[in-house]
Design a protein around this ligand. Structure first.
Ligand code: CDP
Ligand code: MG
Length: 713
């Protein structure tokens, strides 16, 4: 790649665009602080940077440091908790610098998608990716500067990176700089952790935001959000609306309802409906004090990138944007033009329950800090209004700050990575806020059961080392390793790729039956993993040429992006397996080996049918129901393994596959008591009263005791 190529051949349009972008960046608060920031980084090995969301921290600061020569002989890394942010920001910075994303100076790296080259100097990446790189290169010697961005989010990966980078700082005194950036004003926790590190404040621009509460609690925050959006549209002056919802499904159904109801609204300031037939010009709209049209734009992680970028485009004249977002829009991305915020007060978060032994995706109330961040989004360009769809009393009862993720999620893969990094004493690791002991112990137990650790708590060779290197959760990694021995690695690769991609099945409301019919072709009596395998096989069988795969996806109501991603993941995982010397073999149409391989990794998520037809997770005794979206819903097989628990009105097991209870003690002997399994085998179709609870979970005998004593530092 010739370095001067773009500058020389840049067409007029692009030059003009760069000029505009240049002017925009000079107006950002971070710009005025740039000399001071660069100087502080020169003088301090660790710098904490605090600045309001939208002040230009993410897009500008890595570049300032690069331009100032602080990365000479290496790279600047800037970590993001969210994939969407890593990609959109890298795109933006590449545009600003007039360089080609990926091939030029700016690149990004997220799991299963690496857009970097030997030319890359500024690399946006998810925090998880930097952690993976540390496995191979513990001192991160390629990087001269690491910027840990969105530190206030306190994701598990960022929290672990804090500890690792603190050590890198000690080892590379003169040769490494760390910048920790946060949007919350409280720098104290960070400065304390980094031994009194210097903090710098980027002066933000924040206009007053009037905060409104509901008088009484709402029955449904969704209905309330739709009503509020329409009311703001009818009653308030110009300015876009940002609505915080919890997830893709919610966002899509809200988008539909708002669009429908907005279309039915009478036009502004026109008493008789006749004028709606069109004809009136924009002056009428202005006179009415509000835009006439409402343009609904969703933004969430699984949305295709072209559509994600739409939210950044200004609304056409006479139009008001209403952006329906997950908490992506809380601090990670900033959308210009927003004057009104509608806060449902909820967020979907992943949390790990040591009692359940599983991660749950759960809709939970936000913290006060999050509610303030959300409201603040209304006051970035002018005074704004925030409508909180809960009472002031409920606000006061919210937790002041979000609990760091490390204190509430599954730590198995984190613990495994620490072990692979040579950090033996994970209970004694220098965490900013240590995770609860039971969660750490549980992860150690799981890793022991998966064969990744030995009874001394050491990483096993080769299994533990392999599981640490595979870019999937250890349970799925175990499935892949087992599949090699069971002669079904081709199928296991496909299944793991499919469960790692985005939502596969597309079910538009208008064509629900047609979609269900198309999906029915892939149904398997043996469960959802087999169904996903069937989709993967059918898709792979379609030629890449002539857009045929796209057409196939449309006619089968399958999400094409999810499939392209699955193919990508499949390719990468396959390379990993080949590198590990695992034989690639197919079990053909016989599903048995595959289901056994699934058990070899997912056994902690095995559930057994009870007398009353309900299910219990064998390891924990937790009651679960098969998720209504599963092909097994209503089928009542005796025993299943499942991918994850989802909690809505009750605990649901999502993506389930039929297994034989007798496989459990055979494939995970340390985890299950053999005698119960034998009983299960004799009465495969009928649970006996004395075994109503199914198999009993036995504590692995070789609990890594040693670590239990090493807590506290
Ligand atoms: O990191 P921080 O929240 O301080 O700000 P930023 O993400 O660097 O954003 C600075 C400005 O760039 C904001 O005004 C964004 O609206 C704009 N931006 C954009 O227009 N498009 C992007 N893809 C990213 C940022
Ligand atoms: Mg940022």
């Amino acid at each position: 790649m010739g370095k001067g190529r773009q500058a020389a051949e840049e067409p007029e349009g692009r030059a003009a665009k760069r000029q505009r972008l240049d002017a925009e960046r000079r107006r950002l608060p971070a710009w005025s602080a740039r000399e001071k920031l660069v100087e502080l980084v020169r003088q301090n090995q660790v710098l904490i940077v605090i600045g309001e969301t939208g002040s230009g921290k993410t897009t500008q600061i890595p570049r300032f440091l690069y331009d100032a020569g602080l990365a000479k002989g290496g790279l600047v890394a800037c970590t993001q908790p969210r994939r969407v942010a890593a990609v959109t920001v890298a795109q933006r910075v590449a545009e600003e610098m007039g360089t080609e994303l990926g091939a030029g100076k700016v690149g990004y790296s997220i799991r299963f998608d690496d857009r970097t080259s030997p030319n890359t100097r500024i690399k946006y990446m998810t925090d998880g990716m930097l952690l993976r790189e540390a496995l191979v290169d513990p001192l991160l010697s390629r990087y001269k500067v690491v910027v840990l961005d969105e530190a206030h989010e306190r994701t598990v990966s960022t929290d672990v990176l804090f500890g690792l980078l603190k050590n890198v700082c000690r080892q590379r005194r003169d040769d490494f700089r760390l910048v920790v950036m946060s949007a919350t004003l409280d720098a104290a926790a960070f400065t304390r952790y980094f031994d009194g590190a210097q903090a710098a404040y980027v002066q933000g621009r924040q206009f007053p935001v009037e905060v409104m509460y509901t008088a009484a609690p709402e029955d449904s925050y969704l209905d309330a959000a739709i009503a509020a959006a329409l009311q703001v549209h009818c009653d308030e002056g110009p300015g876009d609306i940002l609505v915080f919802l919890t997830g893709q499904d919610e966002i899509e159904s809200c988008a539909r309802l708002i669009t429908e109801r907005a279309a039915a609204l009478p036009p502004p300031e026109v008493a008789n409906g006749a004028a709606r037939d069109g004809g009136e010009d924009e002056e009428d709209e202005q006179a009415a004090g509000r835009p006439r049209e409402l343009l609904v734009l969703p933004i969430y992680a699984a949305l295709p990138p072209e559509q994600q970028l739409k939210v950044f485009q200004p609304a056409p004249p006479g139009t008001r944007k209403v952006i329906l977002a997950t908490n992506i829009a809380e601090t990670s991305i900033t959308i210009a033009g927003v004057r009104y915020v509608i806060d449902t007060g909820f967020v979907k978060s992943r949390s790990y329950s040591p009692r359940l032994g599983a991660d749950c995706l759960q809709v939970a109330p936000v913290s006060q800090a999050q509610a303030r961040q959300r409201s603040g989004r209304a006051g970035r360009e002018a005074p704004g209004k925030a409508f909180r769809l809960y009472t002031e009393a409920s606000f006061r009862q919210l937790p002041p700050a979000t609990v760091p993720e490390i204190q509430r999620t599954n730590l198995a893969s984190t613990v495994l990575q620490l072990k692979a990094l040579g950090i033996h004493d994970v209970l004694g690791f220098d965490f900013m806020d240590p995770p609860p002991r039971p969660a750490l112990l549980r992860s150690l137990e799981l890793l022991l059961a998966l064969g990744a650790l030995d009874s001394q708590g050491n990483l096993t060779k080769p299994t533990g080392g392999w599981l640490a290197r595979l870019p999937v959760e250890p349970m799925y990694g175990r499935v892949l390793l087992a599949s090699g021995q069971m002669g079904c690695s081709e199928e296991a690769l496909a299944v793991v790729a499919m469960v790692s991609t985005d939502v596969v099945f597309h079910q538009p409301r208008e064509k629900r039956e047609e979609a269900a019919e198309a999906h029915a072709r892939f149904r398997s009596r043996e469960g959802d993993h087999l169904m996903l395998l069937a989709v993967f096989r059918a898709y792979s069988g379609v030629t890449r040429k002539g857009g045929e795969r796209g057409a196939w996806c449309r006619s089968h109501f399958v999400n094409p992006r999810a499939m392209r991603k699955a193919i990508d993941i499949h390719t990468q995982l396959k390379e990993h397996l080949q590198a590990l010397g695992i034989p690639l073999r197919s079990c053909g149409e016989d599903s048995l080996p595959l289901r056994r391989a699934l058990v070899a990794g997912l056994f902690p998520h095995a559930a057994k049918r009870q007398l009353d037809g309900s299910y219990k997770v064998i390891a924990t005794g937790q009651a679960v129901a098969i998720h209504p979206s599963s092909v097994l819903a209503g089928k009542k097989p005796e025993c299943i393994v499942f991918n994850e628990l989802v909690r809505t009105t009750k605990q649901y097991a999502r993506d389930a596959t039929v297994i034989e209870a007798s496989w459990l003690p055979e494939l995970a002997p340390a985890y299950f008591a053999r005698q119960h399994a034998n009983a299960g085998q004799q009465q495969p179709q009928q649970a006996q009263p004395q075994h109503a609870n199914g198999l009993q979970h036995r504590q692995p005998q070789q609990r890594p005791q040693q670590h239990a004593q090493q807590n506290g530092r």
